[in-house]
Design a binder for this molecule. Structure first.
Ligand SMILES: Nc1nc2c(ncn2[C@@H]2O[C@H](COP(=O)(O)OP(=O)(O)O)[C@@H](O)[C@H]2O)c(=O)[nH]1
Ligand SMILES: [Mg+2]
Length: 501
């Protein structure tokens, strides 16, 4: 297996792992995290893998810059035809325009740049020798008010090997442009800088070019604040038919770009851009793994909150059971009434616990978001009353079973058990004079009954609490996921090291 194959295999595995999960915990971070994951997958699947698979494919240069800086005019000037409609209305370019050599068209009709294929990409084919080894894309405006265009701009950037940044001398200090350049730098792309629409006064030109170069240097985008590293284009007439400038205006840029036909330089550009993309990908995996761990920590907190609310309620109820305050009983109630009252108390207590748990959740953004998805968590569960009745009945049955040796006859035993139940629950009046009066004074029997009662109540509360735990489990990340993706990134990093030696 070659180093290239090993690198691709490790990337394949990493992409697979990243596709194998989602950020499901709702909250303010969910959207950005999901987008970061999707972007990373896209960069691996739509740039790194195809690029490593086919290193001889034309270099993809993407023209970026603020709206109205002259991106479309630049592309048209290079192409000598109206490939991308320029315009005074902004944003003018909503979908990417791909200028490619006819012989390369197959690449852009399937697979390569596939992520852009779902959008309408305008493919402009020609015979220009420059495009044999170079494909130029006019990207949609990244500072566009249309989020969609901005996303497409970022997607185009993700598949690029080279970036041509063009700014207008009239408006180059634009903050959006610099933010975007930061992204380009993070991506590690080689950048070619163009300053457009410069005036004719040589002194003024020099001042502006020097200032622009200094800004680039300050932001680590140029090694030296050297104006000669910037391609300057003068303000001049835009030929309406081809929507571009005279060919001379972009001759220097064309000459620079045509250097790409040198295989050594092309390999160097592809190397720099793939290495940059790999480094960025590895970096992003780290952040995604951190986010996975954060989600797990938040879920654990939410689970602890629910556990605590239900445990506190159980403790309180146990005290009430000991004190005879869980249900108010007069004494002498029949079985049906005891079961009904007890079940109602169980449900009520589950309701208190659920409200307490929900209140705790409400204090966390993620908890709040979960409660919006499942507002019934503010109350006891829909099945809780039914379970409460079953548990209350089971407790009565256990009391009846306890009396088998002492009270003969099922009906009598049921009456005796109901009396005992009322006693255990703290009935204020002791019904005296019954035949089983002595039994009702049996403290051992009553204390065992109380203990079983606690058990039945605990069952009800546990089942009610399960709703909280089931919901958090559904949105939680699998155990070990963060470690797995980190490990895969380490593999990719090692394979990349071998590949680039
Ligand atoms: N006169 C003149 N107009 C220009 C020049 N460069 C760009 N423009 C105009 O500026 C506007 C925006 O240019 P365009 O290429 O569409 O900018 P984009 O948004 O970056 O693609 C258009 O109306 C162009 O005709 C130039 O050098 N001279
Ligand atoms: Mg445009």
């Amino acid at each position: 297996m070659t180093a290239a194959d090993a690198l691709r295999d490790s990337l394949e595995e990493l992409a697979g792992a990243l596709e194998g999960f989602e950020f499901r915990l709702p909250g303010p971070d969910q959207g950005p995290r999901e987008r970061a994951r999707a972007e990373l997958v896209r960069s691996i699947r739509e740039y790194l893998l195809p690029r490593l698979q086919d290193p001889e494919a034309p270099v993809v240069a993407v023209v970026v810059g603020p709206t109205g800086s002259g991106k479309s005019v630049l592309l048209n000037s290079l192409a000598g035809q109206n490939a991308s409609e320029p315009g005074a209305l902004r944003p003018t370019t909503r979908s990417p325009v791909v200028w490619a050599h006819r012989s390369n068209s197959g690449r852009y009709q399937s697979g390569f740049l596939a992520g852009l294929g779902s959008r309408d990409v305008k493919l402009v084919l020609g015979e220009d020798p420059l495009t044999k080894q170079l494909t130029v894309i006019d990207a949609p405006d990244f500072e566009s008010v249309y989020l969609d265009s901005r996303e497409v701009g970022e997607q185009v950037l993700a598949v690029a090997d080279l970036c041509i940044f063009i700014a207008s001398a009239l408006r180059y200090a634009d903050t959006a442009a610099w933010k975007f350049l930061d992204q380009v730098r993070q991506r590690g792309l080689p950048i070619l800088f163009v300053l457009n629409r410069l005036g004719t006064d040589p002194e003024a030109r020099k001042v502006i070019l020097n200032h622009f170069a200094a800004m680039l240097k300050t932001r680590d985008l140029l090694l030296e604040a050297d104006a000669s590293l910037i391609f300057d284009v003068s303000e001049q007439v835009v030929y309406p038919r081809r929507g571009g400038l005279h060919a001379d205006a972009v001759a220097g840029i064309r000459r620079e770009l045509s250097l790409i036909s040198d295989p050594t330089l092309r390999r160097e550009v592809v190397r720099q851009s793939t290495e940059g993309a790999l480094a960025e990908a590895i970096d992003k995996v780290g952040r995604i793994a951190d986010a996975v761990q954060e989600d797990r920590a938040v879920v654990e907190t939410l689970q602890t909150m629910a556990d605590q609310a239900y445990a506190a309620e159980l403790t309180e109820c146990n005290q009430l059971i000991q004190d005879g305050g869980l249900v108010v009983m007069a004494g002498g109630e029949d079985r049906q009434v005891v079961v009904r009252e007890l079940a109602a108390a169980f449900s009520r207590r589950a309701g208190i616990a659920s409200r307490d748990a929900a209140t705790l959740w409400d204090g966390l953004a993620e908890g709040q978001a979960l409660l919006q998805l499942a507002p019934t968590l503010w109350r006891h569960g829909p099945d809780t009353p039914e379970l409460a009745t079953r548990e209350a009945e089971a407790w009565m049955e256990s009391l009846e079973a306890n009396l088998i040796g002492s009270v003969r006859g099922g009906r009598k035993r049921r009456v005796a058990a109901a009396q005992l139940a009322a006693q255990v629950l703290g009935a204020s009046e002791v019904s005296s004079g019954t035949r089983w009066h002595a039994l009702l004074g049996d403290e051992g029997l009553k204390s065992a009954a109380r203990q079983r009662l606690e058990g039945h109540l605990a069952n009800v509360l546990a089942s009610d609490a399960d709703r909280f735990l089931a919901l958090t489990s559904r949105v939680n990340q699998p155990t070990g996921l963060a470690e797995t993706v980190r490990g895969l990134a380490v593999d990719v990093s090692a394979r990349a090291g071998e590949f680039y030696e």
